[in-house]
Design a protein around this ligand. Structure first.
Ligand code: AP5
Ligand code: MG
Length: 214
């Protein structure tokens, strides 16, 4: 099964992906996580993505699309997969159609996690993440058991560089201008479900489970 999670920065794509990975044996393809991994290791790809990510802009389509192709090549097409943060504009969506065809996959569900802009800002300002395990926390909504450290790996938690308020606002603008219009593109093509992204993470996951098992 292939799922695509779409929504504004901070709407909970990573959080729901984590549930799918841990509870339903999905593999997670997050373009943001892959870029951050390259950034941390200072690879040529990471260095070319750096300035865009820091400013909250999209990394150029060509770089992003090639990276997704490479990542998919090493994943068995029978493996359940959740796409998080790709595609983000029309050009990427059109390329994604071709990538799916070539890899003999099809999108089974698209979930739009709907969250107000005010809530997004609150969430991103309090977000913490574990650089190695990739787990995501929130200072008040989802605190780790030991303050400042990951429950799974024990590593120290960090704040994302793009979670500063001025960058959050830029990311939100790009979401409304470039990514949100994809809902119209997919409405005509696939089974797109809009979920209330302001429920608790567990309740949203139950909504996802009830749809995918229906
Ligand atoms: P990416 O890493 O994908 O960032 P994003 O889309 O901005 O989304 P986030 O990861 O910030 O949020 P999320 O939806 O995963 O929410 P989360 O679960 O963490 O991309 C980063 C950058 O990489 C981009 O800006 C761009 O530069 C580049 N990039 C990536 N993909 C690209 C592409 N396709 N093309 C070009 N460039 C690309 O949750 C957020 C917080 O809220 C957490 O603290 C969490 O604990 C909390 N929370 C989650 N759910 C709930 C809930 N239901 N209730 C209360 N709190 C919740
Ligand atoms: Mg994320």
């Amino acid at each position: 099964m292939n799922i695509f999670l779409i929504g504004a920065p901070g709407c909970g794509k990573g959080t729901q992906s984590e549930f799918l990975v841990h509870k339903k044996n999905f593999q997670h393809l997050s373009t943001g996580n892959i870029f951050r991994h390259h950034l941390k290791n200072e690879t040529p790809l990471g260095l070319s993505a750096k300035k865009y990510m820091k400013e909250g802009k999209l990394v150029p389509d060509g770089i992003t699309i090639d990276m997704v192709k490479d990542s998919l090549a090493s994943i068995d097409n029978q493996q359940n997969l959740v796409f998080d943060g790709f595609p983000r504009n029309l050009k990427q969506a059109q390329a994604f159609d071709k990538i799916l065809d070539t890899s003999h996959r099809q999108l089974d569900w698209i979930f739009y996690l709907e969250v107000s802009d005010a809530k997004i800002i609150e969430r991103l300002a309090g977000r913490l993440y574990a650089p190695k395990s990739g787990r995501v926390y929130h200072k008040t909504q989802k605190p780790p058991q030991k303050e400042g450290f990951c429950d799974e790996s024990g590593e120290e938690l960090a704040q994302r560089e793009d979670d500063k308020e001025e960058v959050i606002l830029k990311r939100l603008k790009i979401f409304w201008e470039d990514t949100r219009p994809l809902l119209d593109y997919y409405k005509e093509k696939f089974t797109l479900k809009t979920l209330d992204g302001e429920k608790s993470p567990e309740d949203i996951f139950q909504d996802i489970l009830s749809i995918i098992s229906s």
